[in-house]
Design a binder for this molecule. Structure first.
Ligand code: DAH
Length: 341
């Protein structure tokens, strides 16, 4: 066979091999064809020496052409194989964006905590610190130090869970007034959010466990107008700028004078409806000027310092603002309920 024929044969055989080659065979094939030492092309060209001067350039240029042609085919094949691998991956990893997603069932901040957060934010912006205290109290802090001696008829306002001798579950957050004043010199300005417990019969507005936020401010020259201004601002921050407050005379042993703080009903704007029982007003907390006896008891001089205190029920505030009629819903932990707010 002449060299020209050999080249033509190499060309057609190699074409077939390249077309059929898999990705891992391509490199071997490249070596088999073009390796300097034992590649098929060079093996053929070794016969060049026996050719005449006219034939050599012809064979040389054909050899170059065959080489370029086959290299082109090898590269093409490589590209083609790469693409098909990609194609297979794309097919197998294809995402059907029309499939339904996985429902993550997200939680929500409980409305009690939502209300608490708003109360805390309001007082923090007025410079109050937030402190917490123990849920198990002594008779002294829960009653005695708050000017509620044993056998005082007002103890009936706080029907408590008693533990062993002298201890009880706190029935309000007011005992923290005493703890704070014992620990810090005036001026003090704190709120105390926390859980309280009472032996109340459970109904739509009573539960044996509930939350209060206590407030206490003691300084020189604190007056009842400061109390009114503070709580009026609180009511407007919570219920909108148009809210009005009213202070009705009331009685608590640890404040004198004492008041029941009312806001105009935010459902009917004071016209009278079911929520405000047609009175136009809703009671939101108890408050008053700290009783001189309480101040004296913690070692504050009532001639130099005066202060005000207030206490509100968080459940009541949360229920009013979300239109919830039964307090028990707040304690059932049913996510379907919480998710609505
Ligand atoms: N501790 C009272 C209660 O649980 C609420 C209260 C009334 C707190 C008047 C106060 C206050 O600080 O001044 O019913």
């Amino acid at each position: 066979m002449s060299i020209l024929e050999q080249l033509a044969q190499l060309r057609s055989e190699a074409e077939a091999e390249i077309r059929a080659a898999s990705a891992d065979k391509l490199n071997d094939l490249r070596l088999k064809l073009f390796s300097r030492k034992n590649g098929s092309l060079n093996a053929i060209l070794r016969g060049l020496g026996g050719l005449s001067a006219e034939e050599r350039p012809k064979v040389g240029s054909l050899a170059n052409e065959v080489k370029a042609h086959l290299e082109g085919l090898l590269n093409e094949r490589l590209e083609q194989l790469k693409n098909s691998v990609m194609e297979v991956r794309l097919q197998s990893e294809k995402i059907d964006v029309t499939m339904p997603g996985h429902w993550q069932n997200p939680g929500r901040i409980h409305i009690l905590n939502q209300a608490l957060d708003r109360i805390k934010d309001t007082f923090k912006s007025l410079g109050y610190s937030v402190v917490q205290g123990p849920e198990v109290e002594t008779d002294y802090y829960n009653f005695e130090a708050l000017n509620i001696p044993a056998n005082h008829p007002s103890r009936e306002m706080w029907d408590s869970f008693f533990l062993r001798e002298g201890l009880l579950m706190r029935s309000h957050t007011s005992p923290m007034q005493v703890h704070i004043m014992e620990k810090y010199d005036p001026p003090v300005r704190v709120i105390v959010p926390g859980k309280c417990y009472r032996r109340d019969a459970v109904d739509s507005t009573h539960f044996w466990e509930f939350h209060q936020v206590e407030g206490l401010l003691v300084d020189k020259n604190v007056t009842f107008s400061d109390l009114k201004g503070t709580l009026d601002l609180f009511a407007r921050r919570m219920g909108g700028h148009q809210r009005k407050t009213r202070f009705n005379p009331s009685y608590f042993p640890f404040t004198e004078p004492s008041a029941e703080v009312m806001v105009d009903c935010f459902v009917c704007n004071g016209k009278g409806c079911r929520v405000c029982k047609n009175s136009g007003w809703i009671e939101i907390m108890g408050a008053g000027m700290v009783h001189p006896k309480v101040l004296k008891g913690v070692g504050y001089d009532p001639e130099r310092y005066t202060g005000f205190a207030f206490g509100m029920g968080v459940e009541r505030i949360a229920m009013l603002s979300c239109g919830i009629a039964d307090i028990r819903l707040l304690f059932e932990g049913d996510a379907r309920f919480s998710r609505q707010f």
